[in-house]
Design a protein around this ligand. Sequence first.
Ligand code: GDP
Ligand code: GDP
Length: 438
Amino acid sequence: MKPVIALVGRPNVGKSTLFNRLTKSRDAIVADFAGLTRDRHYGEGRLGPHAFIAIDTGGFEPECKSGIFKEMAKQTRQAVAEADAVIFVVDARNGLSAQDHDIAKFLRTANKKVLLVANKAEGMQTAPQLAEFYELGLGEPMPVSAAHGQGMRDMIDLALEDFIDPDADEDETPAEDRPIRLTVAGRPNVGKSTLINTWLGEERLVAFDMPGTTRDAISVPFERNGQKFELIDTAGLRRKGKVFEAIEKFSVVKTLQAISDANVVLLLVDATQGVTEQDAHIAGFVLESGRAVVIAVNKWDAIDSYQREMLQRSIEHRLAFLKFAPVLYISAIKRQGLGPVWKAIADAHASANRKMPTPVLTRLLGEAVQFQQPKRAGAFRPKLRYAHQGGMNPPVIIIHGNSLEHVTDVYKRFLESRFREHFKLTGTPLRIEMKSSQ
Ligand code: GDP
Ligand code: GDP
């Protein structure tokens, strides 16, 4: 599971700036998050070898007992409770404030690893200005500049030093023999536990032991039609004896951890509720995490044909940014439509791990350019020379050539659709990166 870092501090110290720097989306293709608000507070971050989940809290005003500030303080407390490590941000330029003391007091009792970070320290000769922050009793303040990206790597190294799993990535099992790690995600009440219990009750599904793992506390391995799966049970769910049930309090962090820990995410939407804001948020995170995803609209039995038509349109519209994901209509209670879900999951997983040989990619690129040239930009016409695969899961295609910075998003989408069609990629994002040689 990825460690969780909460960013805490009074307003204006630079938490959002820091959050954006840590979680900046590396997605080359889908720039517009239609239907998604931008003020997301949870994000997936990666810095050097560390992958983590960051929570940006609105701010902390412990003195205010009412209204929005009280709500902010509550959110901060909750974020700290959910986090493995806390980055406490203070303002190196404005110095120490009473609020900083209040927050420090709270953090000293929170029993969490706290890293004190003095932001806006670019161009400062450090020591003198930062000395006063020792008063907070949280050790040495670490100078950083979120705006200029200074000190980020050291900060994350320190924040996460106790949470790095040295055994990670040491799994020698070849990818195709490893189980597909599956997360069933969705808002409370969409039917996650019903679906999983229906699945686990099927006799075609065989539980198996995974040798050498300690994961069984948090996941359920099983096999279906010869394919091994591992169901991650923290997406708002817990095992209780033989059945799954929703945990009382919906935890966004747990959901996000389960998403980023998965190979494939099955995103459930409630047909009787339509696509809500929260669905879109979860979907947005799935997109950002680069995971393969299948969307299943549950409770299809409970709505009439007119409602079905409206819902199909609303999904196209509100989840447009996940249009690579297949959408299936199911009833967990009536056990309808479940077979195709398994197939879609297996296809998505295979797509995410597809090998795309350089000669094939380069030939496809040549054919695409012949069919339609990229637009000229002033004196330049981008020259797309060759392509190779830069990664898997999600697949990344790197295109080499000249003046590639002038390639439009529309043209990238055109290329994406050609590649997708040829390699039959469904249910996985595909990233296309341009590398100009001049
Ligand atoms: P938040 O309220 O804690 O989320 O703070 P914001 O991220 O909104 O930042 C508050 C202000 O500080 C903005 O005007 C930022 O541009 C500025 N800021 C953030 N980080 C830095 C930094 O590293 N150096 C400087 N000089 N300004 C920064
Ligand atoms: P969770 O919170 O996502 O785990 O949701 P649950 O599995 O607890 O389901 C919430 C409610 O939706 C329960 O009352 C279920 O009986 C109901 N439900 C689940 N699946 C279906 C379905 O396919 N059709 C209908 N009509 N109701 C369902």
